[in-house]
Write a protein that binds this ligand. Structure first.
Ligand code: BDR
Ligand code: CA
Length: 309
């Protein structure tokens, strides 16, 4: 089977960095573009980080388009407490060896989709601002998107407020538009990404695979420190790589079809993904929501991809 064409929309971010590396190292995926959005850090920082990661692993042929510097309707909230000042603190990695595309994220996405002979899968792992903007600007290209495998939301607990996960909390209006778009959606929320915690054992396994593994383990050591301080546990979840794994090996993720609506108004629960698990509202399902992850197979797949870099 030919590799699946994908576009990654990222806000690196330690776990975003690992998602980029995983996508580049996977023979089952053809990474057509990386687009950046403000989220974990401001847009100049997330863009620099995406360029630095691709440079480090020698994938400088992937076009990188910079996208939205702020959410659709709200001021930006960043996550220095989790990802550090640069958005990707930890091991020092060199400056990028190539430049951001002269076209912005939405145009880079449009080009990549138009140039692909097959429909493209979008993997957004930051706030959904770029995806919503793309759908507004290019409604005619919707039919060329085969699926959106996103990291965001939660059926239960939040990580930014008691009710809301970070990516959806930062731009709930954009998330609402994406969930209402009618596109096939796989939601990799905290319920499953918290099953992908990188504990000491996984970090040691990573260190064992060579130079790239060392860098990833170094990032995750930093990430573990902030998780310990903020959340009280030191096995930081590899949130964003789960959304990549769900495209590569859909069988890894157990999903359930249900309706997901995004709360945009309430001060108390803004950014909550209201998941109709039991189908009590009668609203039609609009997403395959991750409810379980084969953790062992996930880490095997991750290591296998990183080893190839
Ligand atoms: C999400 O928020 C970011 O901090 C991570 O990169 C991930 O995409 C987890 O809530
Ligand atoms: Ca992210």
């Amino acid at each position: 089977m030919s590799p699946k064409p994908v576009i990654l929309d990222v806000d690196p971010g330690h776990d975003d960095a690992v998602a980029i590396m995983m996508a580049c190292g996977s023979p089952g995926l053809d990474l057509r573009a990386v687009t950046t959005v403000a989220g974990n850090a401001t847009l100049p920082k997330t863009t620099r980080n995406a360029l630095r990661i691709l440079s480090l692993i020698g994938h400088t042929d992937v076009p990188v388009g910079a996208g939205a510097p702020e959410p659709l309707e709200r001021p930006l909230r960043t996550a220095e407490d989790i990802h550090g000042e640069s958005g990707m603190d930890g091991p020092e990695i060199p400056e990028p060896t190539f430049e951001v595309n002269k076209l912005d994220a939405v145009e880079v996405m449009a080009d990549a989709i138009q140039e692909s002979s097959e429909p493209v899968t979008l993997i957004p792992v930051g706030p959904l601002t770029n995806i919503a903007t793309f759908l507004r600007k290019y409604p005619d290209l919707k039919g060329r998107i085969s699926r959106v495998s996103l990291m965001g939301g939660s059926m239960g607990l939040g990580n930014t407020t008691p009710a809301a996960e970070f990516n959806v909390y930062v731009d709930p209006e954009a998330a609402r538009e994406v969930f209402r778009s009618g596109l096939p959606i796989t939601m990799c929320g905290l319920d499953v990404t918290h099953q992908a915690g990188a504990g000491r054992t996984e970090r040691d396994r990573l260190r064992g695979i060579g130079e790239v593994g060392e860098v990833v383990a170094g990032f995750l050591d930093f990430f573990a420190g902030t998780y310990e301080r903020v959340f009280g546990f030191d096995a930081p979840p590899l949130h964003d790589p789960v959304a990549v794994a769900a495209v590569l090996e859909p069988g890894l993720l157990k999903t359930r079809r249900m309706n997901v609506e995004v709360e945009c108004e309430s001060d108390l629960t803004r950014g909550e993904t209201v998941c109709d698990f039991h189908g009590v509202t009668g609203r039609p399902p609009n997403a395959e929501v991750g409810v379980g992850l084969d953790r062992e197979a996930f880490f095997d797949l991750l290591l296998d991809s990183l080893k190839r870099l």
